[in-house]
Every structure is written in C-alpha cells, then in structure tokens.
Design a protein around this ligand. Structure first.
Ligand code: BEZ
Length: 220
C-alpha cells in the first residue's frame, strides 16, 4: 500500500444517511456553497478531466436530463480538479461541437478540497483525477445515494434520473421501489413487522398481495 501513502490517502468517504459535507468552491458560474442548495435536491457529480471523450459525452447527457431534474426540484453540480478557465474553454467547445448549452455549474477543485471530503478520488485507479462519482443529496442536505463508476465507463443518465424519482417517491408515499422500477409502476409495500400483520396482509384490499412479505401498490 506504500504507493497510496500520499496526500490523497486522507480521503474521507461520506455514507448514505450522513449529512452532506459542507463545501464552498469556485465554479465557472462563480463561487458556490452547499448552502446555496438548501431546500433543493442536488446531484453532485465528479468527472475525471476536462477535454476527455467519455466526460464530454457525459456532459451532453447531463444537460439532456437537466430540465427533467429541474422538474423534480433538483439541481446539478459537476466537479473536476481542473481550473475555472479550463471548464470555461471545455464547455464552450462542447457547446459548439454538440449544439447544446451546458447550463449547470462545475466546481474547479484544484486543491482537491471537495473531492477529498466526498471521497471522489480512488487512489488505486488514479491519484490525480476524480472517478465518476454521483452523490444524490436531498432537500434536508442528507446523502441519499452514492454511485461510483470507473474512469473508462460513462454513466447512464436515465438511471440517475430514475434514482432521484425513486427516492422522492419513497419520501412521498412511504414505499420502496422494486428492481427496474419506472415512474408510473407499482411500488413495494413495506414488509409486515409482526406475525399478526403478516397474517392480515392477504386481506388488505388496496394492495396486490403476492406473499406475506411481498406486496405491491399503485401509487398514482
Ligand atoms: C474520458 O473521459 O474519456 C476518460 C477520462 C479519464 C480516463 C479515461 C477516459
């Protein structure tokens, strides 16, 4: 492990359920802090480096889901260890080449302060670039989900959107969402907490009963 014995070994990793670590940081839209997102959901994501091909496709993809995220009271904030000038130049290039407008800000984390707080650097993969991390932070500034992808694999934007919808559906209806759940699908009812509740499950009229521990429910 000697090769990891550098400054990046100080990386901390927030976990699901933790309060989102506070940050203040420069971006291509000016200085931003976590407080700016109070009362909103936030998808905070890191990318390895500006002017790289997979990251470029991801930025086009993130912009494509940005209006849908807005509908969900959700903001998008990127991050890499490049400078503000680099972000500006790269975003201008993406906008020209892909006929789009990148509307969300991107943190210039040159001193790695935010990436270390959020555990975005995977020293075994790269000590100088951030991996493809995604943190979904809710409107109470709690970390609700974390996704990591390696440098070489672009993320699935529809999955990120689905994840935000699923988390918000859980909050709104007190349900869980099954595998491959999409908006409009039935949700999963919490399993019974006692023998008595288990026995009564099959008699419940507002649910699709499958067995005592699994039932689904229309949430429209
Ligand atoms: C890319 O975005 O294409 C990329 C960035 C860092 C390492 C590998 C690929």
């Amino acid at each position: 492990m000697a090769q990891f014995d550098t400054e990046v070994s100080q990386v901390t990793m927030p976990r699901i359920g933790d309060r989102a670590p506070y940050f203040e940081a420069p971006t291509n839209h000016g200085n931003i802090s976590l407080n700016d997102y109070k009362g909103k959901w936030l998808v905070l994501f890191s990318h390895p480096s500006d002017f790289t091909p997979v990251c470029t496709t991801e930025f086009v993809g993130f912009q494509e889901i940005y209006p849908d995220l807005h509908q969900l009271n959700t903001e998008l904030l990127g991050l890499s260890v490049d400078s503000v000038n680099s972000h500006i130049a790269w975003i201008r290039s993406i906008e020209e080449n892909f006929n789009t407008s990148i509307e969300f800000p991107v943190i210039a984390d040159l001193d790695k302060e935010v990436s270390m707080k959020y555990g975005m650097i995977m020293p075994g993969e790269s000590q100088v670039e951030t991996s493809r991390a995604v943190f979904v932070i809710d409107d109470q500034q709690k970390i609700r989900s974390i996704i990591y992808y390696p440098l070489t694999t672009g993320r699935n934007m529809q999955e990120i959107l689905r994840l935000v919808k699923a988390l918000q559906t859980t909050d709104e209806h007190g349900v869980s969402t099954p595998a491959n759940w999409q908006e409009g699908d039935k949700a999963v009812v919490s399993p019974p907490k006692s023998q008595e509740e288990a026995a009564k499950r099959s008699e419940q009229e507002d649910i699709d009963y499958i067995d005592w521990y699994i039932s689904k429910k229309d949430i429209q």
